[in-house]
Design a protein around this ligand. Structure first.
Ligand SMILES: NC(=O)C1=CN([C@@H]2O[C@H](COP(=O)(O)OP(=O)(O)OC[C@H]3O[C@@H](n4cnc5c(N)ncnc54)[C@H](OP(=O)(O)O)[C@@H]3O)[C@@H](O)[C@H]2O)C=CC1
Ligand SMILES: CC(=O)[C@@H](O)[C@H](O)COP(=O)(O)O
Ligand SMILES: [Mn+2]
Length: 379
C-alpha cells in the first residue's frame, strides 16, 4: 500500500482530482473525507471509496447525512470533525484541499500526530509558515507541495542542494485580466474574473488569480517551503502555464518543470514521491505548444501582488492579516457587494490598521486573522 490518507475538502476542485488520481493509482486507501456542505457528492464518494469517517462542516448537513447513512459511516461535524479526520490513527498522510484559513489548525494537529502533509491549502503557510515548518521538522514529517508551482520547484530541486538555489522563478498565467489597465479593471464583473485562461479551479483561487493575489500567496508559500529570501523569488508572467516554475542555481543553470496544465500531475507526485507512476493523461505536443512567452507583472495594476511582497517583508502577523482581509474581500466581491478594485483597497486598509505582532504564536495568528476578518467585513 502506497499511502493511507484523509482528504480535507474532498468535494472541491483539488479534492475531486485527488480522488481521480487515486482511482488511477489503485494502491491508496482513503480513510477520511470531508466537505463543507456538499453531502450529495460526499455520499457518492463514500460509496466508492469506503472511508471509515467523514466530516461535514455544516451541522445541519451533517445531521442530514447521518440520517441517510444510518450508522454505516461515522459522520463528524465542525472544526473538531475536521481535526478528527486529519489525525486518524490509521493514516500516514493528509491531503489539505480545503480553501482558506480553516485548513490551518487541522493541518497543525495532523503534523503533531506525525502525519505527512500533501499541501494544497496555501493559506496554511501564508498565515503560519514559520510555525508549521518548525513543527514539521520537529515531528520529522514531510510537507509535500501540491500547488503546481511549488511542485515544479520541488521537482527541480530533486538531486540538487537546496542551499545552491540562486533564484526561484515563479510563473504566473497573468489571469483573465492580463494586459488590462486600471481603467479597464474598474468595470470587470465576477463572471469575467471567474474565466481563468488555463485552469479550472474553485471560485476563491480563481478570483485570486485574477487579482494576482494568488501569486502573492505563492511567493509567501515558496519562502517557507524552500527556505529562501523574498528577494530570491521572482514572479514572471508566462501566459501559456506550461512551465510551472523554474529554479536557477548558483552556477547559472536553470531547471524548469513543464507539462500540460493538469493538477492531477502535482497531486500524484505528492502522493507517490519519490516514485513516478504511469498515467494516460494528456502529454505535451511541442509542435502544437510552440510558443512559450514571458512578461513582467505590472505591480502598479495588480496591487495585490505588491501587498503580498509588503506583508512578507513586514513579517510576523502581517501575512495572516493580508490573507484574512483577502478572503473576506473576495467573498464580498463574489456576492457582488464590492467592486473588483475594492479588493486591494480593503486589504491595504486592513494592513495599515494592523499592529504587527512579531514572532507570533498560533493563538496570535488566529487573533490577527479574526481581527482582519471583522475589520474587512465592516468597511
Ligand atoms: N483548484 C486548484 O487547481 C488549486 C487549488 N489550490 C489550493 O487548494 C485549496 C482548495 O482549492 P479548490 O479545490 O480550488 O477549492 P474548492 O472551493 O473547489 O474546494 C474547497 C473544498 O473545501 C471545502 N470547504 C470550503 N469551505 C470550508 C469550510 N469553511 N470548512 C470546511 N470545508 C470547507 C469545500 O466544501 P464544499 O464542496 O461543500 O464547498 C470543498 O470540499 C485552496 O487553498 C487553493 O488555493 C492550489 C493550487 C491549485
Ligand atoms: C493550478 C495552480 O497551481 C494555480 O495556483 C495556478 O497557478 C493559478 O494560476 P495563476 O498563475 O493565474 O495564479
Ligand atoms: Mn499555483
Amino acid at each position: 500500500m502506497l499511502r493511507k490518507i484523509s482528504i480535507l475538502g474532498s468535494t472541491g476542485s483539488i479534492g475531486t482530482q485527488t480522488l481521480d488520481v487515486i482511482r488511477n493509482l489503485k494502491d491508496i486507501k482513503v480513510c477520511g473525507l470531508s466537505t463543507n456542505q456538499n453531502i450529495e457528492l460526499l455520499e457518492q464518494q463514500i460509496h466508492e471509496f469506503h472511508p471509515k469517517k467523514v466530516a461535514v462542516m455544516d451541522e445541519k448537513k451533517a445531521y442530514e447525512l447521518k440520517k441517510r447513512l444510518n450508522g454505516s459511516v461515522e459522520v463528524l461535524t465542525g472544526i473538531d470533525g475536521l481535526i478528527e479526520i486529519s489525525t486518524m490513527e490509521e493514516i500516514d498522510t493528509v491531503v489539505t484541499s480545503v480553501v482558506g484559513t480553516i485548513g490551518l489548525i487541522p493541518t497543525f494537529e495532523a503534523i503533531k500526530r506525525k502525519k505527512n502533509i500533501a499541501l494544497a491549502n496555501k493559506e496554511t503557510l501564508v498565515t503560519a509558515g514559520q510555525i508549521i515548518m518548525e513543527e514539521a521538522k520537529k515531528n520529522d514529517v514531510s510537507i509535500l507541495p501540491v500547488d503546481s508551482e511549488h511542485s515544479a520547484i520541488f521537482q527541480c530541486l530533486q538531486g540538487n542542494k537546496q542551499n545552491s538555489i540562486h533564484r526561484i522563478i515563479l510563473t504566473a498565467s497573468g489571469g483573465p485580466f492580463r494586459g488590462k489597465s486600471l481603467a479597464d479593471l474598474q468595470s470587470v464583473t465576477v463572471e469575467d474574473a471567474l474565466k481563468h485562461p488555463n485552469w479550472s479551479m474553485g471560485a476563491k483561487i480563481t478570483v485570486d488569480s485574477s487579482t494576482m493575489m494568488n501569486k502573492g500567496l505563492e511567493v509567501i508559500e515558496a519562502k517557507w517551503l524552500f527556505n529562501v529570501e523574498a528577494k530570491q523569488i521572482e514572479v514572471v508572467v508566462h501566459p501559456q502555464s506550461m512551465i510551472h516554475s523554474m529554479v536557477e542555481f548558483e552556477d547559472g543553470s536553470i531547471m524548469a518543470q513543464i507539462g500540460e496544465p493538469d493538477m492531477r500531475v502535482p497531486i500524484q507526485y505528492a502522493l507517490t514521491f519519490p516514485k513516478r507512476y504511469k498515467n494516460n493523461w494528456p502529454k505535451v505536443d511541442f509542435t502544437k505548444r510552440n510558443v512559450f512567452s514571458f512578461e513582467q507583472p505590472d505591480l502598479s495594476i495588480f496591487k495585490c501582488l505588491q501587498l503580498a511582497y509588503d506583508a512578507l517583508a513586514i513579517g510576523g502577523s502581517m501575512p495572516a492579516v493580508l490573507n484574512a482581509a483577502n478572503e473576506i474581500a473576495v467573498e464580498r466581491f463574489l456576492t457582488k457587494e464590492i467592486q473588483f478594485l475594492d479588493i486591494p483597497l480593503m486589504i491595504e486598509k486592513a494592513m495599515e490598521a494592523h499592529n504587527t505582532i512579531m514572532n507570533p504564536t498560533l493563538s496570535d495568528i488566529l487573533d490577527a486573522d479574526q481581527w482582519a476578518r471583522e475589520f474587512t467585513k465592516g468597511r
